[in-house]
Design a protein around this ligand. Sequence first.
Ligand code: NAD
Ligand code: ZN
Length: 357
Amino acid sequence: MQFRNFKMVSYVVYGRGSFNQLDEILAPQRKVDAPMIFFVDHFFEGKALPNRIPLRGKDKIIFVDVTYEPKTTQVDALAQQLKAEFGMVSGIIGIGGGSTMDLAKAVSLMMTNPGSSADYQGWDLVKFPGVYKAGIPTLSGTGAEVSRTTVLTGPTRKLGMNSDFTPFDQIVLDPELTKDAPANQRFYTGMDCYIHCIESLEGNFINEFSKSYGEKALQLCQDIFLGKKPWTDEHDDKLMMASYAGGMSIAYSQVGVAHAVSYGLSYLLGTKHGIGNCIVMNHIEEYYPKGVAEFKQMVANNDIFIPEGICKSLSDEQFEAMINVSLGMKPLWENALGKNWEQIMTREKLRALYEKL
Ligand code: NAD
Ligand code: ZN
């Protein structure tokens, strides 16, 4: 198909307190003798939020460990566990940051698709729709709530299960849920959104569809992060919509240099997505001069710590591994640098960039 036929999230609720509507939202999705499973970010264990989850019958809360970003082995184990315990489930609801939402998407797909989730890392490999799935972000920025992918680290690569079956059936955008996020984490994840906007708007794949969302998300990020202002509810409201719009922007275009380079860091060193993008963004003024200058201003205004020197003791072999992962992200490089990107981003040039980080 010449034009992307873009599968979107089916239902969206937005508003402070909309989480309270969850019972009503889920009721029509419940099947007889098949529980709803709630994947809740382990940060919330022992906190008030789990008590607000509308459990019915055999419904179950599973606190998911997101110390490391989702792995195919973790997804497969969770799907196995649910199949063994319940046979089938009515749905999977992911309540947390991008990692928890991605786990919910991936496990939903693995409830109905045979084999391992590693078999489906790539584009349009998923064969069957998963079980019903809903995403409820507690951090804003990744756009995982709207995307058609779930990013997983597998045995040989870090790559998403990109498919028309991957987007959520429902998302609940309640900015109240992001209120207790620590300032550093909120910034790193928020910058994922800012960087999505810069990479999308400055990329070769840009079109009016992506631009409309990207410009709005960028403006919201600038409202939030430029200048020194105390954090308010309004910031949480805006950042949640920025994440949504930023996600919509890249869904119809592509990300670029910061993401391509940070995927290498994440694969080798386990550097998390948000902070990894920030570490790279700090050093790529050559590609995004205005965006990087503004990013640095945001870092300073919000008193955020961005690590430096994380690659300084790596071996040649390790640099090679990161370079391989990064250069494998062909569409990202093509979006950023054009069809001749391989002549521009040589292995030597990329090595020099990694050495600076
Ligand atoms: P995260 O989900 O990895 O969580 C980061 C940390 O914040 C964790 O320790 C978590 O416990 C904690 N946390 C979550 N909500 C909190 C809250 N309200 N208060 C306090 N702590 C909270 O972080 P993220 O940046 O949202 O997500 C990154 C993940 O998203 C990566 O795995 C990345 O690959 C994925 N991602 C997916 C897509 C997609 O389209 N599917 C896009 C971008 C990123
Ligand atoms: Zn991202």
